[in-house]
Write a protein that binds this ligand. Structure first.
Ligand code: BGC
Length: 770
């Protein structure tokens, strides 16, 4: 009965959707039939009047263009009143009164900032991430916005690339489930609901594969590598219904993404059935000229033909398409199609019924940075923190006694939000010192800045482009260090809060040396010499090189950039109000020379057995192959032990899943949450496969002294890989199954993959008998 009801409701929903689509098509077709060519091309134009810009070009004469119907959307402004003014021009003063779509880089929260996406991904908690996106959508939509330029789902294996801070790390599976969660959070069930925003998954595609980790650099990879490791998160976001997608700056197979027809049409539209709109990245259309693809007119035609619908900032479409149509370089149908997709997006967002549906001053006053939102941000932030080291249970700290709170980020407000906090207000963020006072009222704090974030004047200047993130003290480095040592000497424990400034990661923030800046390393070395126990709290938008720190410091807590509630969340973890549960979504190299380093690597033909006999094996003469902290790693104040794995059947076949069970026991002194991770290895395949691949994970809360059973169901779908025909296939054969609290420390067993047993038919039975 239940099954019948489900089928009936599925049919009803699909009929309803079809009816809605028909209505939308009729509406949009009628509108297009009334539009002039200029107005159609105008819809393809996305402009920014300034504010948070990420390129050297800013749109000019915006108001006039809106009046003339030459603008389809606008980004970079917020606030119901400001946005309303711009919408008024479009709706009241343009000929056809077509509303604008308003977008912004809502990346990890809108006004209430959540942890940077890399930190969020370390929660491995899709419900929590979906809720964060939901809150961001509610705030952004109250603030006038209908469109968020996220999630960024670019897989990255090179921590030198600053934009790793905006993504979910190196793994396609984790990246995919997070991508889908963010889209669900933003878009809800129906975009007409004015508390939603349309997602814009980016940067399509492979932007995270930039050579040498250098921003905007060339990408070159095989189709198999794209399909299996880099493209799945974009696909997951699209399958979750993302209404739009942004083309990336880089080239793919030698053709920039923004003009790449294979990417934007063959793959995206034909294979993946995406029917939303495609927007370029900031002037990425015009940049095809620098890539060497022709002049503005040629590249604009190329991009339109490739499948780009909207041109961000560069106005290549606006200024060339009319002429190109006359010259037969583009077709009317191509222009109409792009225009249709933009109008459809506006229709889906309910903008034609009410162009002001997301400009609600009352809601904005009530919701932005509300107590509830801040509470959610704190709950999320505590779960994003990753405990990297905790010798002799140095953490959690007692709430009494004296601590020396040292470091340039220990009493800093500006850097708490991290990169891409466009609408975030850092003056509302909680510094670490204030958080400690809030959580541990009786503790005595002796504060010393100890060092500047960096003393490298070039790095300081470049980091401060968007604001004074690195403040250079008037005192000498020695004087600051001396003050810190004096503080340390009077304290029971030192909490050193060090790391990167917010914009030392993010866009255009690649670093060749990903260590803690020298000024702070000197401070830490001096602190270590005092012999006091040291807790290192790190701010960073990327994995850092922490070998020395790991060797010399008692405890290391990676805070990333936790957002508005930074200080409170860090204090919650430091003083044991929350037992840390974050797990790394990106490998921390031992040495810069290992980069790129990632857990799902291939075995090679000469794997290094780790026996010290290094000649003619795949290794280095001077450093080990292993990273400092592997993917999936993160400690807790308690300890979790994994039992051996039991399988429901020793083999798996299509249509015959296997259940994998084991017990996680909390053998330590604290209740805590563990993320049990399931990896596979395909031992024999037609294309070489990685030594480990994450396929499932499960979060379990286990009280101290108790055990919980964890159970995973694996199907042959989970065992598929991309073969030389670029098809996802399952090959029967030997598999290894690993389960553990990170990608290195696992229990394992074998699984046989077999072909399904075909039930014998009467005829074949008889044949068998003969
Ligand atoms: C970035 C995008 C961003 C856009 C608009 C670009 O420079 O690459 O991620 O959405 O600017 O701000």
């Amino acid at each position: 009965m239940k099954k019948v009801l489900t089928i009936v409701s599925a049919i009803l929903i699909s009929c309803l959707l079809r009816a809605q689509d028909t209505k939308m098509n009729e509406y949009v077709s009628r509108l297009i039939s009334q539009m002039t060519l200029d107005e159609k091309i105008g819809q393809l134009n996305l402009v920014t009047p300034g504010g948070a810009v990420t390129g050297s070009v800013v749109s000019k004469g915006v108001d006039d263009k809106i009046r003339q119907g030459l603008v389809g959307g606008l980004f970079g402004i917020t606030g119901p009143d400001k946005v309303r003014q711009a919408q008024d021009i479009a709706v009241k003063n343009s000929r056809l009164h077509i509303p604008l779509i308003f977008g912004l880089d809502v990346i990890h929260g809108h006004r209430t900032m959540f942890p940077i996406p890399l930190g969020l991904s370390c929660t491995w908690d899709t419900l929590l991430i979906e809720r964060a996106a939901r809150i961001a959508a509610r705030e952004a939509s109250a603030d006038g916005l209908a469109w968020a330029f996220s999630p960024m789902v670019d897989i990255a294996r090179d921590p030198r690339w600053g934009r790793v801070s905006e993504g979910s790390g190196e793994d396609p599976y984790l990246g995919s489930v997070i991508a889908a969660a963010v889209v669900r959070g933003y878009q809800g069930k129906d975009l007409r609901n004015n508390e939603t925003v349309m997602a814009c998954v980016k940067h399509f595609a492979l932007y995270g594969g930039a050579e040498a980790g250098r921003e905007y650099n060339t990408v070159d990879m095989s189709r198999i590598k794209m399909m299996q490791y880099y493209l799945p998160p974009y696909k997951a976001a699209i399958d979750a219904g993302s209404g739009s997608i942004m083309s990336s700056f880089n080239e793919i197979d030698g053709i920039p993404a923004t003009g790449n027809r294979w990417l934007l049409t063959d793959l995206l539209r034909k294979q993946w059935h995406f029917n939303g709109m495609v927007v370029s990245d900031y002037t990425s259309l015009n940049e095809m000229e620098a890539h060497g693809m022709g002049d503005l007119s040629a590249i604009s035609a190329l991009a339109l033909h490739a499948g780009l619908d909207m041109d961000m900032v560069g106005e290549g479409f606006l200024t060339t398409l009319k002429n190109s149509l006359k010259q037969g370089k583009v077709t009317q149908q191509e222009i109409d199609q792009a225009c249709r997709r933009i109008l459809e997006a506006k229709y889906k967002l309910g903008l034609f019924s009410d162009p002001y549906n997301r400009m609600n001053a009352d809601r904005a006053a009530k919701e932005l940075l509300s107590g509830d939102n801040r509470k959610a941000a704190r709950e999320t932030a505590v779960r994003s923190l990753v405990l990297l080291k905790n010798d002799q249970q140095l953490l959690p700290l007692k709430k009494t006694g004296t601590i020396a709170l040292v470091g340039p980020l220990a009493n800093d407000q500006r850097n708490m939000l991290g990169t891409w906090s466009v609408a975030g207000d850092f003056t509302k963020s909680i510094p670490v010192m204030a958080g400690i006072k809030n959580v541990a009222h009786d503790i005595h704090i002796i504060y010393a800045k100890g060092a500047n974030i960096s003393d490298d004047s070039m790095l300081v200047k470049r980091t401060n482009t968007l604001g004074l993130e690195i403040e250079t003290d008037s005192r000498s480095a020695d004087a600051m260090v001396d003050e810190a040592i004096a503080a340390a000497k009077q304290a029971d424990v030192v909490v050193a809060v060090l790391g990167e400034a917010a914009d030392m990661s993010g866009e255009s923030s690649s670093r060749s040396d990903i260590s803690i800046p020298e000024s702070q390393e000197n401070l830490l070395k001096a602190l270590v010499k005092t012999g006091k126990p040291i807790v290192l709290v790190l701010f960073n938008g990327r994995p850092l090189i922490l070998k020395w720190e790991n060797d010399h410091v008692g405890a290391i807590l990676d805070a990333w950039f936790p957002g508005t509630e930074a200080g409170n969340a860090i204090a919650d973890v430091l003083f044991g109000e929350y037992n840390p549960s974050g797990k790394l979504s990106m490998t921390f190299p031992l040495s810069q020379g290992q980069i790129p380093i990632y857990y799902n690597a291939k075995n090679t033909g000469r794997p290094y057995p780790g026996d010290g006999n290094t000649k003619f094996k795949s290794d280095y003469l001077d450093i080990p192959n292993e990273p400092l902290y592997p993917f999936g790693y993160g400690l807790s104040y308690t300890r979790f032990d994994y039992s051996p794995i039991s399988l429901s059947t020793p083999d798996i076949a299509a249509g015959r899943p296997v259940t994998i069970k084991l017990t996680v026991t909390n053998t330590g002194q604290y209740d805590g949450e563990e993320t049990a991770q399931l990896y596979i290895r395909d031992m024999v395949a037609s294309v070489t496969q990685p030594v480990k691949e994450l396929k499932k994970f499960q979060k379990v809360f286990v009280k101290k002294g108790e055990s919980k059973e964890v159970s995973f169901t694996l199907t042959t779908e989970d065992l598929k890989y991309v073969n030389s025909d670029l098809k996802w296939v399952y090959d029967p054969g030997a598999f290894k199954i690993f389960v553990g609290g990170n990608s290195r420390d696992v229990v394992q067993t074998d699984l046989m993959g077999v072909m399904p047993v075909v039930p014998a038919t009467k005829g074949s039975m008889q044949k068998g008998k003969n």
